[in-house]
Design a protein. Sequence first.
Length: 68
Amino acid sequence: MKTSKYVEELQAKSAAALAEDLVAAKKELFNLRFQNATNQLDNTARIKEVRKNIARIQTVITQKQKEA
């Protein structure tokens, strides 16, 4: 499964790297929404995928904070 490997990669990263990934994912989501609003987006399923990735990143960040 791709998701479990992605989550394992996230868990291996440091808190700073996770924060950078979160910012990048939020920027990507903004750009996708902008493209969707202007009817330039071909793959609308990408929005859902990026939203779930943001949630995964935030979950791992929360887990790391609770461990510390």
